[in-house]
Design a protein around this ligand. Structure first.
Ligand code: ACM
Length: 388
């Protein structure tokens, strides 16, 4: 029976299948925020009640379950999705039914929907600084390896343009199935070893990412010689790969668990108290946590689960996040985020080497010329890292 005294929200993160490691962390981020909100008295005296389904990392299940949440469960606010292919399944459903969908994952950009709040980084916030950092620090010959779906292919299109703008060259590009095991990466790694790039840019996600890094290490690949750089290799995947095979590899993200700040310590303490560990805390987990808190604040302002009223309350909202200050951009529903680059150290922890001093405006369509300012800023920091 429906509890009328709660605010019900839908949650669609996979706790099984190829992307379950990262999606479990997103689920935990959302549940932690709900716990914090409810133990502080809820919203206008009512608690938030999550209604969660497991799509099993199966793309079409996300669409089916979004429909079920909206039509059968009568819920019009949904948090969920990691892979862009799964977001694309949910998109037409939330648009047709005017629901509000929170997507706490970095993605390839080139999308806007008034029904979506985009909480992860767009390419100007992560790909551009990472490309500049790689080329300045390691060299200009970059090899692309990705899982075969929309995010890696589109993200690589953007990355290829940025690398060319910076005078670099893409010396190889390969895609593997989402389910690729260690053996599937043998030929990929042998091609990489023949071409000898300065760095590898990986958009391999989920279990495939763990298999790729493990196979690379097994074949003699070392991060300190030719690093694998990524936007999707988070703390959860590194914990599975292990410190020895991960050391020297690079990730660009708004948030790392290793951020040394009061706000992050508070977040991690709260996470540890609820889940008993912080080993799976990732940037996508933090994004999910932040989006739930921002939603609750919007709900408290408008007092109803009305998509249009909630959107009005959300646009322009700022939030003191574990990563630092963030803000929902009223121009495009994406989020101003911090930007950091980190290298895995010998303990398997991300050592942050590079960060911006302020949140970066999301530019999902890469229309603004500030891209050049980015390269200058990143260059300065890379120089400092090399000399320090
Ligand atoms: C992704 O598919 N947006 C990581």
């Amino acid at each position: 029976m429906t509890k009328l005294d709660t605010w019900r929200v839908g949650i669609l993160f996979s706790t099984s299948g190829v992307t379950s490691i990262i999606e479990k962390s997103q689920l935990n981020g959302a549940l932690l925020a709900i716990d914090e909100i409810n133990s502080a008295g809820g919203v206008r005296g009512r608690t938030i009640e999550p209604v969660a389904y497991d799509p099993g990392s199966v793309v079409k299940r996300y669409g089916e379950l979004a429909e079920r949440l909206i039509v059968d469960d009568k819920i019009n606010v949904i948090f969920g999705c990691y892979m862009s292919s799964t977001r694309k399944e949910v998109l037409p459903i939330v648009e047709r039914r005017n629901a509000l969908f929170f997507y706490p994952t970095l993605y390839e950009g080139f999308e806007y929907s008034s029904n979506v709040m985009y909480g992860g980084a767009t390419p100007n916030q992560n790909s551009v600084p990472l490309a500049n950092y790689l080329m300045e620090t390691f060299g200009k010959r970059i090899y692309f390896v990705g899982s075969d779906y929309i995010y890696p292919r589109e993200s690589n299109r953007v990355m290829r343009n940025v690398i060319r703008q910076g005078g670099g060259e893409v010396v190889g590009e390969e895609y593997v199935p989402l389910t690729a095991g260690v053996a599937r990466f043998k030929s990929v790694i042998s091609n990489i070893q023949k071409v000898k790039p300065d760095a590898i840019f990986s958009t391999v996600v989920g279990q495939g990412c763990i298999n790729f890094y493990s196979a690379y290490h097994k074949a003699g690949g070392r991060g300190i010689e030719c690093p694998i750089a990524s936007l999707t290799t988070n703390e959860g995947e590194i914990a599975e790969i292990g410190a020895e095979a991960s050391v020297g590899h690079i990730t660009a993200a708004p948030y790392f668990r290793s951020i040394d700040s009061e706000a992050n310590r508070k977040f991690l303490d709260s996470y540890r108290n609820k889940f008993g560990t912080i080993s799976d805390v990732t940037s996508c987990c933090e994004a999910s946590y932040c989006q739930m808190h921002m939603f609750a604040r919007a709900l408290s302002e408008c007092g109803e689960l009305d998509t249009d009223a909630l959107r009005d309350a959300l646009l322009g909202m700022t939030f003191q996040a574990p990563q630092g200050e963030i803000k929902i951009d009223p121009d495009n529903n994406h989020t101003y985020l911090q930007s950091r680059i980190a290298i895995v150290d010998e303990n398997g922890e991300f050592d942050i080497k590079n960060m911006v001093r302020h949140m970066i405006k999301p530019d999902p369509y890469l229309v603004y010329p500030e891209i050049d300012d980015w390269s200058l800023r990143t260059l300065e920091i890379a120089e400092r890292h090399r000399s320090g």
